[in-house]
Design a protein around this ligand. Structure first.
Ligand code: ADP
Ligand code: ADP
Ligand code: MG
Length: 661
């Protein structure tokens, strides 16, 4: 019996790229696809792709994608045979899985009991330990007093890691190197755990040295079969979050794979696992991967973000397998039938600014283009014209490359990233590209600290003004201005003004001396000069050097009068300087107003009006997207105003603290 005969329709309780990805397979298998969406996603790609779409609430996830009751009500009304939860949101919510079952709707995922058993990191460790799976040494008991945990940390030996037991997505996790930092880290982990997961409990474990994150994809069916589909190496991380993932793991041997695969399938069997799951291990990489040096960290009871690299090397469609298992069919193959071909790498393309501490970036996607090519797969949920909002995970796309060898896969990934165009929000494109070329990553050995250690070599620090990008945009702006002037003089239409030939003619007819041009570049005033020579126009920036050589720059038009110049994965916003429309204080960067870097929640305020502060002192913490952002004093001074109070929501750019002399 076909899958569609048993499960004729599917509701996707998620959004963005994973909703699109699930819809693709479901459609190929002949299922009717049902999307649910929030106010913020009314025009989203996944809504457009689905056969039908139901509105479920306002933008905040809590009132839409996390609203289990509403989603279930829609599923019933739409007559959905099954619900795919994607990842994040309700995917690891055992109560939701149970409620689906009660409503007679198949939950595409493991039984609620398995989700529950693996849901908390402490209980999961205790459980798999009984199944003889090695776990990271540490304390994962019920006692939560600070004195007790501090003593445990000392017993375990520094460095240690404090983890919120309910944590996920790298949240609620603090590495502590020295005993004197323990209390502050504990408070922070508890606060994040409480805020994000409603559970302040933590565990403390040994921080494994030269850590490598190697995880095993497992699959079980309802007939008692459990297999693994090889491993993925996700050691390229920043703040415990994956950036680049690959399969197979570099340096993996048959012996270690067999040992890890066995541990993973044992862990899965211990909870009666059915469907797709991932068992995450941390390996001590000081002497390469060894069968006796890896430890269970947690099990993710869902489809993983990085599942495409496994699909690339195994040739399997994991969503199809999920649906097959959900339909009650046996997997239909055994461990010996699983083979891997070549090497695959995935890069997570994010709307964030590596040059500003990876601050998430939002806004309209004025231009968006992905390459096509041999071995390249793009999983995205957005199109040009869409907006990256502050409400959800800021991932724009996953760029996946497959090749015969690791080098070929990385070369293909690098080339694909070079050809990718994103204008609007800042992105980590240049950073990802630098990673694909980084010698230490290419030739190893590397561990989860690689990115942090090489942060400046990877370009993730403030960069000087991109003069070549500014020059290209300046020329464009000046050409447009001239064309407009010429056309106005000749009484021609606006449409004709778009012709580049007309602009060029304009130049040859009217040679001019040098022209000074005042620009606004990323909010700052910059002077440019344009000179016209026989061979064309030349732009110079008196205060900046334009590097010699080829500059491949793409210009994307944003709001009227602004060009986004894209150059080697970096973006520079350039407009003609208009003294009447500029916040001069902000442009000069000298104001004493400390603003919220983005939409979020003010979770702590450390100062009050009248207090003297020194440069670098912590003023407040804003929690946004996935992280805590600490606002520090840009200079010495006295606090003259504190706007807002702890617990309040703040908008991007909102005043938080004002600093006087
Ligand atoms: P994975 O282990 O699959 O790579 P993570 O452990 O990083 O994924 O996080 C789990 C999933 O939850 C991710 O897909 C991530 O995008 C999603 N997620 C984490 N935090 C948030 C959030 N604040 N909002 C929306 N999605 C989130
Ligand atoms: P999450 O639920 O947020 O994914 P994990 O327990 O999977 O939390 O840990 C996230 C990351 O933190 C891991 O991928 C790994 O890089 C790092 N990590 C976790 N535990 C340890 C450890 N004991 N030693 C070193 N690094 C660790
Ligand atoms: Mg994890």
């Amino acid at each position: 019996m076909s899958i569609a005969a048993r499960l004729p329709s599917i509701l996707i309780a998620n959004r963005g790229e994973i909703a699109c990805r699930v819809i693709r397979t479901a459609r190929r298998l002949g299922l009717r696809t049902i999307a649910v969406y929030s106010d913020a996603d009314a025009e989203a790609l996944f809504v457009e792709m689905a056969d039908e779409a139901w509105h479920i609430g306002p933008a905040p996830a809590r009132e839409s994608y996390l609203d289990a009751e509403t989603i279930l009500a829609v599923a019933k009304q739409a007559n959905a045979a099954c619900i795919h939860p994607g990842y994040g949101f309700l995917s690891e919510n055992a109560d939701f899985a149970e409620a689906c079952a009660k409503a007679g709707i198949v939950f595409v995922g493991p039984p609620a009991s398995a989700i529950r058993a693996m849901g908390l990191k402490d209980a999961a460790k205790a459980l798999v330990e009984k199944a003889n799976v090695p776990v990271v040494p540490g304390y994962h008991g019920a006692e939560q007093g600070a004195d007790f945990l501090r003593a445990e940390a000392r017993r375990i030996g520094y460095p240690v890691l404090i983890k919120a037991v309910a944590g996920g997505g790298g949240k609620g996790m603090k590495k502590v190197d020295r005993p004197e930092d323990f209390d502050e880290a504990l408070a922070s982990a508890q606060r994040e755990g409480k805020n994000a997961f409603g559970d302040a409990r933590v565990l403390v474990e040994k921080y494994v040295l030269s850590p490598r994150h190697v995880e095993i994809q497992v699959f079980g069916d309802s007939h008692g079969n459990v297999v693994h589909l090889y491993e993925r190496d996700c050691s390229l991380q920043r703040r415990h979050q994956k950036v680049i993932e690959e399969a197979p793991a570099p340096g993996m041997t048959d012996e270690v794979r067999a040992a890890m695969g066995k541990a993973a399938t044992e862990a899965a069997k211990a909870v009666g696992y059915v469907g797709a799951g991932t068992v995450e291990f941390i390996a001590d990489g000081r002497e390469g991967l060894r069968a006796d040096r890896f430890y269970f960290m947690e099990m993710n009871t869902r489809l993983q973000v990085e599942h495409p690299v496994t699909e690339a090397i195994t040739g399997l469609d994991l969503v199809e397998l999920q649906l097959k298992v959900a339909a009650g069919e046996p997997l239909g193959f055994g461990q010996a039938d699983v083979t891997a071909t070549g090497h695959a790498v995935e890069a997570r393309l994010y709307a964030e600014d590596p040059e500003k501490g990876f601050l998430p970036s939002t806004g309209k996607l004025w231009a968006l283009r992905f390459p096509e090519g041999e071995g390249i797969r793009i999983d995205t949920g957005v199109e040009a014209g869409d907006t990256v909002t502050p409400f959800y995970d800021p991932m724009i796309a996953k760029v996946i490359a497959h090749g015969a060898t690791r080098d070929e896969a990385l070369d293909r990934l690098g080339a694909a990233l070079s050809e990718t165009i994103v204008a609007g929000p800042r992105t980590n494109l240049a950073f990802l590209k630098a990673l694909t070329e980084a010698e230490g990553f290419r030739n190893g050995p590397f561990d989860t600290g690689f990115i942090e250690r090489n942060i400046s070599g990877l370009g993730a620090e403030p960069q000087p003004l991109d003069a070549a990008a500014v020059a290209a945009a300046a020329l464009q702006l000046e050409e447009e201005r001239q064309a407009e002037g010429l056309l106005a003089a000749a009484g021609r239409s606006d449409r004709e003004a778009r012709s580049p030939w007309l602009v060029a003619d304009g130049f040859s007819l009217m040679p001019r001396p040098a022209l000074g041009l005042a620009l606004l570049v990323d909010g700052e005033r910059v002077e440019a000069q344009i000179e016209w020579h026989e061979e064309g126009a030349r732009v110079s920036l008196p205060a900046h050097e334009i590097g010699e050589g080829e500059h491949e720059i793409t210009l994307a038009q944003a709001e009227r009068g602004t060009y986004l110049a894209l150059h080697r994965g970096r973006q520079t916003a350039v407009a003609l300087f208009d003294p009447f429309s500029v916040d001069l204080d902000a442009a000069a960067g000298t104001g004493g107003v400390i603003k919220a870097p983005m939409h979020g929640k003010l979770i702590a305020l450390f100062v009050s009006a009248g207090e003297a502060v020194v440069k670098g002192q912590r003023l407040a913490i804003v929690e946004a997207m996935k992280m805590e952002h600490v606002l520090v004093a840009p200079r010495d001074g006295t606090v003259t105003e504190v706007a807002g109070e702890a617990g309040a929501q703040v908008a991007e750019g909102a005043k938080v603290v004002v600093l006087g002399e």
